[in-house]
Design a binder for this molecule. Structure first.
Ligand code: ZN
Ligand code: ZN
Length: 300
């Protein structure tokens, strides 16, 4: 089946779903429609296209074709059927991924609702293949834990090495980034992420440090940039550290960091403001190479 045949068939499928319409009139006169749909969640899409009652009852192949064209970014069916081969390929690809309003919204969000033209069709198709490919890979994070393997050692290191900025939608993520997982609301260094591999398919995914409790993947990460504080705020945080946790410390206490094993004076410790914390925290003198914090500092 070529692209245009596929697309024509989708308009027929859309109409079939539309024809499953049943109507309910509530006691207050409010009319609602229900669809026993198979291909497209037409009721949901009509809501998205803001159809009124009259339009929703008015089903025909011509109207179905119109909505199919709109779903893939064309004004009308004729524009779609007269489109270039690349545009048709893109339209078919999208129709294979669109079922309901949420799918349309998601695509609009990631692409900025582009009007498809022969000039941008190829670029959009590349992006669509990349984007929906990622979705499939990301889904392995939701498999039962016995269907994936958590990589460790060299295998994990190799996968992490292959991870580069191109994997990240906004291209800002790096292996040394300090990140925030929006699924579990925890911040950590990117390289503390886990890497899982499907036991049946040759796909791997960088997932949250807290996997499997958290099923977030790197696509759920936001990059944070912790700030090292100086002057008054640094002094205040060091003093607060003494008052709250290390009451026997003074600024001149010689401390031993159990994280990196190094010794230094308490007043040489770093004070770091993390974007997700209200207050700055005391960290090892050797932050960020060492992740030790105030609780890791022992009096020598
Ligand atoms: Zn997480
Ligand atoms: Zn340290």
């Amino acid at each position: 089946m070529n692209h245009i045949e596929f697309i024509r068939k989708q308009a027929k499928n859309f109409l079939k779903d539309w024809q499953t319409q049943t109507k309910t009139v509530e006691s207050d006169g409010y009319i609602s429609y229900h669809y026993d749909w198979k291909f497209y969640d037409v009721g949901d899409l009509f809501f998205y296209f803001e159809l009124d009652d009259k339009d929703e009852q008015n089903y025909s192949l011509g109207h179905a074709q119109h909505y199919i064209a709109q779903m893939v970014g064309f004004k009308k069916w004729d524009d779609l059927t007269n489109a270039s081969e690349k545009e048709l390929e893109l339209a078919e690809f999208l129709l294979r991924h669109f079922k309901d309003a949420q799918d349309l919204q998601q695509w609009e969000e990631v692409t900025g609702d582009p009007h498809i033209t022969p000039d941008n069709a190829e670029e959009l198709l590349d992006y669509a293949q990349y984007f929906y490919g990622l979705q499939e890979i990301q889904s392995i994070a939701y498999l039962p834990v016995d269907e994936v393997t958590i990589l460790s050692g060299k295998q994990k290191a190799n996968e992490m090495k292959q991870f580069d900025a191109e994997h990240a939608p906004n291209r800002s993520m790096r292996k040394d980034s300090y990140i925030f997982c929006t699924r579990c609301n925890k911040a950590y260094n990117f390289n503390q992420s886990k890497v899982i591999k499907s036991n049946t398919k040759n796909i791997t995914m960088v997932v949250c440090k807290n996997y499997p409790d958290c099923r977030g993947t790197y696509l759920d990460y936001k990059v944070l940039s912790p700030t090292i504080m100086y002057k008054e705020s640094r002094q205040a945080a060091l003093e607060k550290g003494i008052h709250s946790f290390k009451t026997h410390f003074t600024m001149d206490t010689k401390v031993h960091c159990i994280h990196c094993g190094k010794e230094y004076l308490y007043r040489e410790a770093n004070v770091v403001q993390f974007p997700d914390n209200d207050e700055p925290l005391v960290y090892c003198k050797h932050y960020p190479e060492c992740n030790g914090s105030l609780i890791d500092m022992m009096e020598v």
